[in-house]
Design a protein around this ligand. Structure first.
Ligand code: SIN
Ligand code: CO
Length: 383
C-alpha cells in the first residue's frame, strides 16, 4: 500500500487523528482556489535582499553538491544553469505579510507550532538531496511539477552523510514516488526521509511547523528563576580548617547543592510562565516592530479598514487566563471583558474593523486595539 491520497484538505479531526506526526498524506488539489501569487522571478528577487535568509544549492546526488548563502546578486541568479539548481528563501510569510494568509488555511494547528513559509524555486532536476527535517511540513506545489521520493519505513536506520556541505542521508531507499502538480500538497511528519526533485522549472512552498525545543523552555525557566532569586550571599559553616586551600570541603559542597536544589523549586504557575514566554518569542533575526516609527493613526478606525497582523508578532493565550496574554515573549494585561476581542483579532491574518464590533468593548477595547496598532503588532490598511 502506498501513501494515503485524498482530494482536497481532509477535515481537521481526521487529519490530526490519523496523520499529524504519524504518517504522510498526499493531498491532490489541496486548496481549490490556490493561485500562486509570486512568480519565479519575484522569489529570485527576495534572495537579493540582505535581510532575507536564502540559500542556493547546485548539484545532484551523482554530481555532488555546492551550497551558497545569500544575499545574491542579479548576475549570479541570471546565470544559473538550465538544470540542477534550487534557490530557497526562508520566512517569506514574515517578509511579505500579504502572503501570511496562507497560514490561515492551517488554523487547525496552533500558531505556537508555526515556523515559517519557505519558498523554493528550482530548475529541472533541482534538488536539495535526500534528508530529514526536524519539523512537520506541508509541501505545497505552487507552480510547475516536483517529484517526491519518500521512505515510509519507520525502522529505516539512515545515517547523516557528513562528507558534503548539506545534511544528507546515506543509503536513502524510497518506498514511494509521487509527482505533484500545481495545487497538490504533501504532508510529511517530522523526521521522515524525503527527496524532492524538480520536474521542469518549479516553485514549492514549504509550510513548516516546529515543535518547542526543550532547551528554549529551560532557558526561559532559568531566566525567571534567576530574576526571582534573592540577591543574597550564601552563608556556610565550615566543618573545620581547610584540608587544602584549593579544595571544596564536603560539607560546603552539600550545603551549596541544597541551596541550588531549593532555588530550582518551581510551581505550575512558574512553569506555565516559562512555557508561554518561550512559545510566544518571535523567531530571531526578523524585522522588529519596535524599530519602526510610530504610525499615524486616525482617532476613529474606519469601519471598512482592514487590520493586518504583523506576522513576526506572536500571541499566546493560556487556558483559563482572561486578565493577560503573552505577546512576543512577555505578559501583557488584558482589560476586563476584552478576551473575545483579542481572540477574534488573533484568529486570522487579517480582519475588517466592522467585524470586531468594537462598541461592545468600550474604552478598554479601544485602548487595547490602539496599543497593538501603535506598537505595530497589527497594521491598519485603508482600502
Ligand atoms: C525544496 O523545496 O526543494 C526542499 C524542501 C524540503 O525538502 O524540505
Ligand atoms: Co525537507
Amino acid at each position: 500500500m502506498g501513501v494515503d491520497e485524498v482530494r482536497g484538505m481532509p477535515d481537521a479531526v481526521t487529519f490530526i487523528g490519523r496523520y499529524w506526526q504519524q504518517r504522510p498524506l498526499l493531498i491532490r488539489s489541496a486548496f481549490a482556489d490556490f493561485d500562486c501569487p509570486l512568480s519565479v522571478d519575484e522569489v529570485g528577487g527576495l534572495a537579493l535582499d540582505a535581510d532575507i535568509e536564502s540559500r542556493l544549492i547546485l548539484g545532484s546526488t551523482d554530481a555532488g553538491w555546492s551550497l551558497q548563502h545569500g544575499p545574491f546578486d542579479e548576475a549570479t541568479l541570471s546565470s544559473l544553469p538550465p538544470q540542477d539548481w534550487t534557490l530557497l528563501v526562508q520566512d517569506v510569510d514574515k517578509h511579505l505579510p500579504e502572503l501570511a494568509g496562507v497560514l490561515d488555511r492551517f488554523a487547525f494547528l496552533p500558531d505556537w507550532r508555526v515556523d515559517d513559509l519557505m519558498i523554493s524555486i528550482a530548475g529541472d532536476g533541482g534538488s536539495v538531496g535526500a534528508h530529514r527535517d526536524r519539523y512537520d511540513v506541508f509541501l505545497l506545489q505552487a507552480e510547475g511539477r516536483r517529484r517526491w521520493l519518500i521512505d515510509r519505513d519507520p525502522l529505516a536506520d539512515l545515517q547523516d552523510d557528513a562528507s558534503g556541505p548539506l545534511r544528507l542521508l546515506r543509503g536513502f531507499a524510497p518506498s514511494d514516488d509521487m509527482l505533484l502538480h500545481p495545487g497538490d500538497m504533501l504532508y510529511l511528519p517530522a523526521g521522515l526521509p524525503h527527496h524532492g526533485i524538480a520536474d521542469g522549472l518549479c516553485q514549492t512552498w514549504s509550510i513548516g511547523f516546529r515543535g518547542p525545543k526543550l532547551d528554549e523552555l529551560l532557558a526561559e525557566l532559568f531566566q525567571i528563576l534567576v530574576v526571582q532569586c534573592p540577591d543574597s550571599v550564601l552563608t556556610d559553616r565550615l566543618g573545620g580548617p581547610a584540608r587544602h586551600r584549593a579544595e571544596l570541603d564536603p560539607d560546603s559542597l552539600a550545603s551549596l547543592r541544597e541551596a541550588l536544589r531549593q532555588a530550582l523549586q518551581t510551581t505550575p504557575e512558574l512553569l506555565d510562565q516559562a512555557i508561554a514566554r518561550a512559545l510566544s518569542t518571535p523567531k530571531p533575526g526578523l524585522p522588529d516592530p519596535a524599530d519602526q516609527p510610530v504610525p499615524d493613526l486616525p482617532e476613529v478606525l474606519p469601519a471598512d479598514a482592514v487590520l493586518l497582523r504583523n506576522p513576526v508578532c506572536r500571541i499566546l493565550l493560556l487556558p483559563g487566563q482572561d486578565d493577560g496574554f503573552y505577546l512576543n515573549g512577555s505578559l501583557q494585561p488584558l482589560p476586563p471583558g476584552c478576551l473575545p476581542l483579542l481572540r477574534q483579532l488573533a484568529s486570522s491574518s487579517q480582519v475588517r474593523v466592522s467585524e470586531l464590533a468594537l462598541a461592545r468593548y468600550g474604552k478598554e477595547g479601544e485602548a487595547l486595539l490602539f496599543g497593538l496598532l501603535r506598537e505595530e503588532h497589527w497594521w491598519l490598511l485603508d482600502d
